[in-house]
Design a protein around this ligand. Structure first.
Ligand code: GAL
Length: 432
């Protein structure tokens, strides 16, 4: 009995000792879950998207952002003016003064690399591509135009096509016409329309970029894709006959445009087509966004063909957003860029904007017939870069080219314009 009690006592002491021991060295609590504090503050996004289609597309991407980052407030900093002519000037002043927005719109290609990257105003965004596994979902050609010195410098939101002729289907039907596919057909159609009292071609070249835009389609038509590409690396002679023919075609086209072209913008020219005051316009597919914002449906009220003589080739440009070095809200800017590069962001933006996703995995069912045709063409056509929209050449070259175009539109002197364009290539360091 005593013996038993003694064992009981010992066993109790052992248990007590174990409990006390356990209490003396408590197990460390599990580490708290790492939750980053929500991103707060404002993010200033700088762009030139104010026209019909552009503004709505941007708003759709902002909605995706709002849903993902409700604590971050977007400041929509826009400077109106097609192709960013005005916006780019304002941006340059701001960046020189160190007053940078958190992120800004910039065309992929030379505009990005030769202007901002070489001036060391950008932070590379390669890490955003890596963190989101984007290197596999963007075409290598797109990554290439965003890259220099082993880094990627901006996040593309879309691919736009420059060489499209848009037309009012009712006006064409009323005049028994079909869409022109060659330059000869274009001039035949234009003559018929003019005879019927309709302005054949709507142009709104209050900004000279619109003339450059129309002209790049003509260069592609007269030179073909290989020689067109060669214009930008010195392989094609600016004094050659293909350039002469393009200039002559441009001069001929000016006989068929609205008298007030110099007073209008690209979207006002598109509106002439909507109103039936003009039959056609040659413009990038942001006009598609404009037409849809005006209530039109592709293949119902408006038709589209590659600009005359350019079927099989796709003049491409890409809008992208960058991370300025020293962005006031860097984390907020990275959040914005993450939305820009995401499938959700691109599939919200592009169907409205009139562009196709820069990613290869966009949801095709969200895109209308025109945009699906653009997707097909982008994957099967010869892809060549746009001069008017920053892809083909440095901004200095584009400016010199624009000066030549401004004079040319005024005097239609083919020889003088060709000499000035040849000189611009020399001055840009690409021609001898
Ligand atoms: C282009 C830009 C397009 C569209 C157009 C008219 O340069 O890439 O997204 O905005 O200008 O403004």
């Amino acid at each position: 009995m005593f013996k038993n009690m003694r064992w009981l006592l010992i066993a109790s002491l052992v248990v007590i000792a174990m409990v006390v021991g356990a209490c003396a060295t408590p197990a460390p609590p599990p580490p708290p879950e790492e939750t980053a504090p929500p991103l707060t503050g404002s993010v200033e996004i700088f762009s030139w998207w104010t026209a019909g289609g552009e503004a709505e597309g941007l708003a759709a991407m902002y909605e995706v952002f709002d849903a993902e980052y409700p604590e971050l407030e977007i400041i929509n900093a826009t400077v109106a003016g097609g192709a960013g002519m005005e916006a780019k000037a304002v941006l340059a002043t701001r960046l020189q003064a160190g007053d940078m927005p958190d992120s800004f719109q910039v065309h992929a290609g030379h505009e990005l690399i030769d202007t901002w990257v070489v001036a060391e105003k950008m932070e590379p965004v390669t890490f955003i591509f890596e963190e989101n596994n984007w290197l596999d979902v963007y075409p290598p050609g797109v990554i290439e135009v965003l890259s220099s010195e082993g880094e990627i410098w901006s996040v593309p939101v879309n691919i736009h096509r420059s060489n499209v002729l848009w037309y009012n289907k009712q006006v064409f039907e009323d005049n028994g016409l079909t869409a022109p596919t060659t330059l000869d057909e274009f001039f035949d159609v234009a003559k018929t329309l003019q005879g019927a009292g309709v302005t054949p071609l709507a142009v709104g070249d209050s900004g000279v970029w619109v003339d450059i835009h129309v002209f790049e389609s003509l260069l592609l038509a007269t030179l073909g894709p290989d020689a067109y590409r060669g214009l930008w690396d010195g392989a094609t002679d600016w004094n050659g006959s293909g350039v002469t023919e393009a200039l002559e075609a441009f001069a001929d086209m000016m006989d068929y445009v609205n008298a007030d072209h110099a007073a209008l913008s690209w979207d006002q020219a598109s509106q002439l087509v909507v109103d039936g005051d003009a039959a056609m316009t040659i413009m990038g597919d942001w006009s598609e966004g404009y037409f849809k914002a005006a209530g039109w449906t592709p293949d119902v009220e408006f038709g589209y063909v590659p600009s005359p003589g350019t079927a099989g080739s796709f003049i491409m440009l890409s809008d992208s957003f960058g991370l300025p070095d020293g962005a006031p809200n860097r984390d907020g800017a990275i959040a914005w860029l993450t939305v820009c590069g995401s499938k959700a962001g691109q599939d919200a933006f592009n169907p409205i904007k009139g562009s196709i996703p820069a990613r290869t995995d966009g949801d095709r069912s969200l895109y209308d017939d025109y945009l699906q045709s653009a997707m097909d063409d982008f994957s099967s056509n010869e892809i060549v870069p746009s001069l008017a929209h920053g892809a083909a050449a440095s901004e200095g070259w584009v400016t010199a080219f624009g000066d030549a175009m401004t004079l040319f539109v005024a005097d239609l002197d083919v020889a003088a314009a060709q000499a000035a364009m040849a000189q611009a290539c020399v001055d840009a360091g690409m021609c001898q």
